[in-house]
Design a protein around this ligand. Sequence first.
Ligand code: SF4
Length: 279
Amino acid sequence: MGHRRFGGGADTTHPRRLYRPLSAHSACGTVRSRSSREGHGNGYATYSARQQRRSAHDGRDPGRRGRRWAMKAPGAAEFVPEGADLARLRQAACHCRGCDLYQHATQTVFGAGPADADVVVIGEQPGDQEDVVGQPFVGPAGRLLDRALAEADIDRDAVYVTNAVKHFKFVERGKRRIHKTPGRTEVVACSAWLDAELDLLRPRLVVCLGAIAAQAVLGPSFKVSAQRGEVIEADGYRVVATVHPSAVLRAPDRAEAYAAFVADLRVVRAQLGKSAAAR
Ligand code: SF4
């Protein structure tokens, strides 16, 4: 199928006053000053073994692709420590300079949840509130996700949530920071972190929220609109793609969009029930 496993937040309309020092919950500890965000001096990454493995899934030539990446973004691979557990990965990700997004965001927002999670939910990128707090899915979209998971009878405490891209990409409009969709270069640059998370977690199901997450995992030609709510076998995982909860919040008929979102999550719940019965 050519599916790769590897791209939510879109809490985009919060005023600039939220751009303030981190809470005690931040994995990255302290807010870096603007000057410390500049001049990382790490150079561009060489093409790693991990990246070569991913290219093998794509059936593409890794050398050519590596050179193309090197021109656009160094990629996160050189910042991912070998053999690290989740806690060490999270710390290491605080220092990632794999693409330019770290320069303007407050901090890296790494995944969160139990190391033995049954389900990994992948969004697009942290939103404004997540960027400030340093935790994924803590804004309005995250609250909607929590509600929908509960309605679908999925134990939120058994879910690990993360994003395809670990830094907030935005444009400033006056005092507001408006979400900007990450490009393919940034998704690919950041994929080493998602790779490492999934390698450690080995979840029973992967849930992709929105096109960026789905394409990061299932390949750039995947269309959520065509295959949402289906169970797809890809790269050793069962994957279900659905819309991002921020799309539900923006939908003209929010009740209808929410019901469809919960219906997709019920597919996930049914799969969890099946795999529990098979064990
Ligand atoms: S978005 Fe990903 S690759 Fe880019 S700097 Fe942040 S953690 Fe690194």
